[in-house]
Design a protein around this ligand. Structure first.
Ligand code: ATP
Length: 306
């Protein structure tokens, strides 16, 4: 099995420590979301894993080996770090053909990944004429060229249209289901929630969390029951009688903390309170992430006083 192992990894640029004694493992068969505020060290960590930079101390290995020692590395690790990496004067197809040749990947595979990433129709155009979304797809095509066991993608949804965002989500799920090791950085929390099983979260170069996504959310956001009624007085009376703490919101909803939707539904129907809507509010990745990283954000936007 091919894992990415980061051990006590530190990277300093002058006096700035971009990555600070970081240790985590990215395992096969699941999508690991790589999160953290701007400047947290995600790209630096990915660059160190891919041998594009040297660590100040510590190690980053793929399947137990440093990337630089891998023979024909595209067959082991596929990566998208920068959508602008391809040469603008080459066609997309030629870009992939050069990469394939350098790693002894059969040329037929180029057409396969062009089809897979939806850019076969523009493959003979020069890359400089590509939109950001097309470049992004070309970068993903390059990452998948060698059918690698490990896939590392930095912000893959960047520039993709809505259809492309759904496509990348399904692609990531499929790569994990095939048993590959998939590490994906993103600032889009709803997106990450739709494809990640596991999260690694950084703040100022340090590890803040390394756990299954569900556990991460549940540990930080209290689940609540959301309820809407046409008889607020009766609702409040029944909830108080049953020892529930209910809060009314501006949009006409009530929320009940520390409660299960089944219990609240049963109590309401038993008391004959008219219910217009009843749902469980499990908490979102965005809420949990913002709660964790509030103190770790280096470049926060000032909040407006109202
Ligand atoms: N080549 C470099 N020279 C000097 N400092 C660097 C270099 N690369 C990164 N840094 C610094 O290291 C820190 C981590 O940057 P990095 O790009 O890894 O963060 P990130 O989590 O990927 O951020 P973002 O979400 O904004 O892409 C930042 O403070 C950045 O300024």
């Amino acid at each position: 099995m091919t894992s990415i192992d980061v051990k006590d990894l530190t990277k300093e640029y002058g006096t700035r420590r971009a990555v600070d004694h970081l240790t985590f493992t990215v395992r096969p068969g699941r999508v690991t979301g790589f999160l953290g505020p701007n400047g947290a060290g995600k790209s630096t960590t990915m660059r160190l894993v891919l041998g594009l930079d040297r660590p100040t101390s510590g190690t980053a290995t793929v399947g137990g080996r440093a990337y630089a020692t891998l023979h024909e590395p595209l067959r082991h690790v596929g990566a998208l770090l920068d959508a602008h990496a391809a040469h603008g004067s080459r066609t997309g197809r030629d870009h992939l053909r050069v990469l394939a040749a350098s790693n002894r990947i059969p040329p037929g595979r180029v057409d396969e990944v062009l089809e897979l990433t939806g850019i076969a129709s523009v493959a003979r155009r020069r890359v400089r004429t590509y939109s950001l979304g097309m470049r992004q797809r070309l970068g993903i095509a390059a990452a998948l060229l060698g059918d690698p066991a490990v896939v590392v993608l930095d912000e893959p949804s960047n520039g993709l249209d809505p259809e492309g965002i759904i496509w990348i989500r399904e692609l990531l799920r499929r790569l994990a289901a095939e048993g590959r090791t998939v590490l994906v950085s993103s600032h889009l929390m709803n997106e990450t929630a739709s494809f990640a099983d596991h999260l690694v979260v950084l703040g100022r170069g340090r590890l803040l969390a390394d756990m299954p996504m569900r556990e991460f959310i549940d540990a930080r956001v209290q689940p609540r029951v959301r309820i809407r009624t046409s008889d607020a007085t009766a609702l409040k009376a029944v909830l108080t009688r049953h020892g529930h703490d209910a809060v009314e919101h501006d949009d006409g909803y009530w929320s009940v903390r520390h409660a299960r939707v089944d219990d609240i539904g049963r109590v309401m129907s038993g008391a004959g309170v008219p219910i217009l809507e009843l749902s469980s509010d499990e908490g979102t990745l965005e809420q949990a992430y913002l709660d964790l990283t509030a103190a770790e954000t280096e470049f926060a936007t000032p909040t407006q006083e109202t």
